[in-house]
Design a protein around this ligand. Sequence first.
Ligand SMILES: [Zn+2]
Length: 619
Amino acid sequence: MDSQRIILHVDMDAFFASVEELCDPGLAGKPVMVCGNRETRTVVAAANYEARKYGVSSGMPLGIARAKCPRGVFIEDKWGPDLMELDDWKRLIDYLAERKLNNLGIGLYGCWCVQYDGTITEWINVPVPGHPELRREWTIRWYSPSDNEEKEITYLPPIFEQDFLGEIVAYGRERGVEVIPYVNSLGHNTLIPRLIPDFAAKTEDGEPEEFGYCLSNPAVAEFVKGWYGHIYETYLKPHGVHTFHIQLDEVGTGFCRCEQCRQTPNERMFQDWAMTLAKHLVSLGVQNVVIYNDQFTRHMSAWDEAFVERLREEGLIDHVIIDWWWYSNESINPQADPKMGYGVRSWVKPMTCYYNWSRWDPRQRNVEKMLQRAHTERAEGAASYSVFDPAWGLEFDALAEYAWNNRGAGPIHLFEEKWAAVRGDGDLLEARRLLDRAAAAPGFGPIWYYAYTYQRAGKPWPRRYPLEALEAVADLPEDLQMLRQAGERARLLLDGRSDDLSRGMIAEAARLQCHGHAFQAMAQAFEAARGDADDRPDPMSLAAEIDRARASVVEAMAVMETHKPHYLVPCCLRDMSVLHEFLGFLSEQLAEIADGSREWSGIEWFIENEIAQRGRAVQ
Ligand SMILES: [Zn+2]
C-alpha cells in the first residue's frame, strides 16, 4: 500500500492536512493524513509514507494523527535562554503542551555578531567530547534596583554545565513535545573556528579567519559529523527522537578562500556540505534533517531543481525538510516562501518573540501570514523563532490556533478578540493594542539600546548611544509623548493582575513608559544644546527633568526585575542599565554647565567605556 493513496476526505482545519484538491500530484512528498469526516469517522483511513514518518498510521484516531505533525517553537541560543535551568525548560514544555504545540527546538550552537563590548557573542550549549577548550563562560553585568548595586555574574549556560539536554528530551516525550536540537555549522559560527584555527576558513593568504570553516579540510567534516552523531546518539535516539535541525542560515562571508576551497563555487560548496551532513545523519537513523531556506534561496541561488534531483538520487528526498523563515508582519519575502520549494517537504518559521531583552515586538501578524502560507503551500510543520517570554502570550496562542485551526481562526484582529476573551478581558486587549500601536510609531524603533550593540557598516564602533537614537527621534516629540502615555495607560489597565501573561505585559509597559519619558527629557536637553544660545532653558531645570526620567527608569527596572522570568532579568536590565547610567552622566554634565565648568557644546552624548563593558565573553 506504500505507493497507493486512497483519499476519502480531508480535514480542512489543520493546516498540515489541508488538501483542497483530490489526487493532487503536489501532494507527493507531503505527510498527508487522510481521514474520515470528523463527525462520522474519526480514524485515519490512509496515511502516506511521509505521514508515517511522524508515526501516523492507518486506523489511528484522528486527534492522535493530527498531534503528530510538528508545530512549536525554536529557542535560539542567546542572552536569556542561556540562563534557563532544567525547571524553566520543563515549564516551557508544559506551556507548549497546554496549547497542543508538540515541538520544541533548542539551539545548541550559535554565534552572533560583534556585540556589546566589541567581542563576538557566541554560545555552545552541550559539551563537545574531546574538546574541553570549547567550554565557554559568559559574564553579564547590570544594575539591580532591588539591591541598588551593579551585579555581575560569570557563568556557563546551565544546560551545558549540568548537561541536562537528555532530561529535557525525556520530559518532552512524557508531555507529547518532541525536543529537537538546532546545531549550526556553517553560518552563525565563530567559537569553534576561533578556538580551533585548523578548522577555520582561511584568507587567500592562508591565514585563519575567526569564522567559517575550511571545508576542504577533511578534519572539519569528521569533527562536525562526530559531534552531530554524539548529540543524536546521546540525547535523542534513546528517547525516540529522530529529527535534527542543521540550520545552515546566514553563512554570509564565512566561505573559505584557501587555494583548494576557492576552486569550487560557494553555491556548490554549500550544497555539498548540506548533503554531507544530511547523508551522515540519515545513515545514523535520523529521519528528518531540517535546513533553513536562508542561504539556499535568500543569500545565494543554491536551491534549484538540479539540487533537488541530487537529493533524490542520494536517497535523501524523503528526509530533508526546508524550514522557511521570515519575520515580517507586512509580507513574505519571495525568496523565503515555501512556494520556492520544488515540492520538497517544508516547515515555516514565523516569529513569536525575539527582542524580548530590549523592547516590545508584536509578531502576531507575522504568525498569521506564515501559517496561512503554510496552509496554502501544504507545509507539514511550523516552528516559530522564539524566546520563552510569557508576555508574548498572544503570539504563542496565535501559533497554536493558526496551526490547528487555520480556516476557523479568521483574520488576526478577530482572533485577538477571541484571545482576549479566553485569556483575560477587554482591558487585556486594550493594553495589548496600546503596546502594539506604540511599536508602530516612527519614534519607537530607534530608542532601544539593543539596536546599537552591533557593528554596522559606516557607523563608528562602539556605536554612540543614545546619541544616534536622539538624532533619530529629537524631531518626534509627539511620538515620545505617545510612547510614554501608552505605557502608562497599559500599566493602569493591567494593574493588580498576577498571571504570567499580564505580569510580563506590565513589565513591557513600564519599559515603554520609561523610555518615552527618558527620551523626552533627553531630547529637550539635546535640542537646547543644538539650539540658539540666547534662548536656552536653565540647565538645572533640564537636569531636574533628567533626574525624574532616571527615577522612572529605575522604577521600570524594578518592575522588570520582579515581573520577568528570572533568566531574562539580567539581559533585560543590562540594556536598561545603559540608559540609567547615561541619564546620571547627563544630569552631572548639565550641573557642570550651570556652574560654568562645561560648555553646552561640550556635552558628551554617549559613554564609551563603562557602558560598553556590560556584556562580554570571558577569554
Ligand atoms: Zn579551505
